[in-house]
Ligand binder design. Sequence first.
Ligand code: ZN
Ligand code: ZN
Length: 352
Amino acid sequence: MKDLHNMSWYAKQIHPKLDKDIFKPAPTRLIGGLIYLIVVAIGMSAVVLFDINIIGKLAIALILGFSFGSMGFLGHEILHGTVVRNKWLRNFLGGIAFLPLSVGPRLWVKWHNLNHHAHTQDDEKDPDAWMSLESFNKRGFIKLVYKLPLWFRSLFSFTALSISFTLHSVRMFFVYFKELVEEKSISTWFQFIFPWTFWFGLLAIVGFEKWVYIYLIPVLIGNLIVMGYISTNHRLNPLVPVNDPLANSLTVTVPKWLDVLHFNFSYHTEHHLFPGINPKHYPIIKAHILELWPEKYHQMPLFAALKALWKTPRIYYNDEELVDPHKKRVYKSLANGLKSNNIKPYKLVKDN
Ligand SMILES: [Zn+2]
Ligand SMILES: [Zn+2]
């Protein structure tokens, strides 16, 4: 891969073109969060207090799940410090927004801000990056999984998106546990235990049948929504030796109304370029990127990106391509012309 630049190289060129107000925090984003909080409180109370039929309860669970996902997107921008600057308030509000997905603010900042953003698509340092063929060859269990056909693995991994955010966040807690505890052990434990105590406490109060509709189904839907975006953020891009947001990130496009409801989370390249700017300004950043580096910028509709994910394996070959080691098929990544409507692998000649 040639012509890679780090984020500050790009940011330096866009920075002078931006109005300085764009760098200010955007506390009005909390209005959206408050609306979601009210919707969640009304939905949960309705299921608990009234005798609603199953269709009504499923509809409420769907609304709750959608709200859980959206609150996670708001929590993400709050914890980047783009909504309020005060650190205590930032952590408090971020903790509330991430409560449905049970992620504590200190863990999120460590995992996402300090590691994912700092080392994006570095297969050893980015906690969200997928493995290279070299790491794959050392992992016996994954090698067995890869003997299953691609369609079956895709079906399994797409179904697992409904639990994978929660599972990954619990794993991250144990990955960063030592460093977090060294800094502040009581708050680390409190932030990890509190959400689970809250949700399982609710189970003890309302009983299993109602809990399924106010938490279990909604959290599966919330996982599915956030992972629907997160899985497309970088997984079609190459692994990179330089943290270049135009090479290692993908912006997906969704209808405008969905961008409003999901707090512009779709603009992921813009986010990696300016994580300190509130996402409400990302359409402006996108216009500047398209003006300066249109040939480097990757974007595609969300469903096209999901389709491309379905049709490709998740093991990196020579950093720039994706490989199905058992079938010995190699697929292009966004670095070398992956097109969602024309995915054709070529046969790997070298024996691995
Ligand atoms: Zn971020
Ligand atoms: Zn990212």
